[in-house]
Design a protein around this ligand. Structure first.
Ligand SMILES: [Cu+2]
Length: 124
């Protein structure tokens, strides 16, 4: 009785882990950006100092998701200065994965490819 019970639990955990892995792989490896449904979308405008990201600053609530959409003709990323969050490289025309902001704070971020590109995200 106990043995078959724990076996079932083990299978459940395994299946959940597999499906999570599949989702993660699907979103990060697909060449064309899937349609991202984030609560907040920040546009990557280009290498323009404090005007590189729009809107800037961006304000959102704890628990909301945010994605960065690159409307420029070259790749960018959005990396929090203390690396608490990062989009990874977002190619021209693409949109990053949606990131969930789970903590309040004022987060300054930049593009590691173009360090002059800076923005601020305020999570309330
Ligand atoms: Cu950049």
């Amino acid at each position: 009785m106990f043995a078959s019970r724990s076996k079932n639990i083990g299978l459940c955990v395994c299946a959940a882990a597999l499906s999570l892995t599949a989702v993660a792989c699907g979103s990060s490896s697909s060449p064309a950006a899937p349609t991202v449904s984030a609560d907040v979308v920040i546009t990557m405008v280009g290498d323009r100092a404090a005007q590189s990201f729009s809107p800037n600053p961006t304000t959102m609530r704890v628990g909301q998701t945010v994605a960065w959409k690159n409307t420029d003709t070259t790749a960018h990323d959005a990396t929090q200065d203390a690396s608490k969050f990062q989009t990874g490289t977002v190619n021209a025309g693409a949109t990053s994965s949606a990131l969930t902001m789970s903590a309040a704070g004022t987060f300054t971020y930049h593009c590691t490819i173009h360090p002059g590109m800076v923005g601020t995200l305020v999570v309330q």
